[in-house]
Design a binder for this molecule. Sequence first.
Ligand SMILES: [Fe+2]
Length: 298
Amino acid sequence: MIKSLSYVGISSPTVEPWHQFATEILGLQDVSDPTEDAVRLRMDDAVWRIAVHAGETNALEYIGWDVGDQLGFDAVGSVLGDNGVDLHLAESTLAAERSVSTLGWFRDPAGFRHEISFARPTADTPFESAQGVKFVTGDNGLGHLVLMVPDMQAVSDFFLNVLGFRHSDDVEAGAHIRFMHCNPRHHTLAFTQVPGHRGMHHMMLEVDSVDTVGLAYDRALAAKKPMAMTLGRHPNDRMTSFYVRSPSGFEIEFGSGGRLMDMQAAEPAGHYSQASIWGHLPPEEPLRPGMLERISPA
Ligand SMILES: [Fe+2]
């Protein structure tokens, strides 16, 4: 049903700094329309993958999923319906804004908005990174998101039992994080529980080599961008990465060498008591969670 993470949209009062942060530090391509109050970013052949819309607060506005084709679209609608969740069909103007012809949306138990579409077109021109960065996307999607949710069990059950995601593993090292995949990428979604709140902890962008990671690390340090975690390596997805704070309060994990899962094997989910094999040290004054929205009690 759900094939991969297609695109992500956030809102932010600080849109302007994204032009420089995205292109000069991360090596994304800025394809913003100057008549629109948003930053749109490319990382591969897709017309755009990340949109930052002007808004009053920093918030994760929508998570776009590729469902493959009309059959996949209908299958998601059907399982959602069986579980009492409405799949809304978006108007054609909104579908066009997301660069797709058919767009559906629903909310997960934490209240995050998810959108489904298929056959999103590729751009007319090749992807160009001013920093020479090559991102690892394709069938495994944009990257991964780690989300903070009020009730991890409810959200896990929804993605694993309703939407067909598979449990990769859990890390319990201070916080408890649950990782899940929908294609060979070790995880496309992970969740950690923050009672009464929801938000995005980080978005991971994967690149082709550890040197590409190191060069971006150097650019972020030289530009004195707030580093949320130094260079390090995770034991579960084996990603070598660093975490830099984005202008909108959440972190960007920039990494390479992520593990691929065998989609045929029914391996039991692993359990790790360490978040990192080495590195990933926080700054002396740890950054406060920057994209955390208080949800009024249900
Ligand atoms: Fe991550």
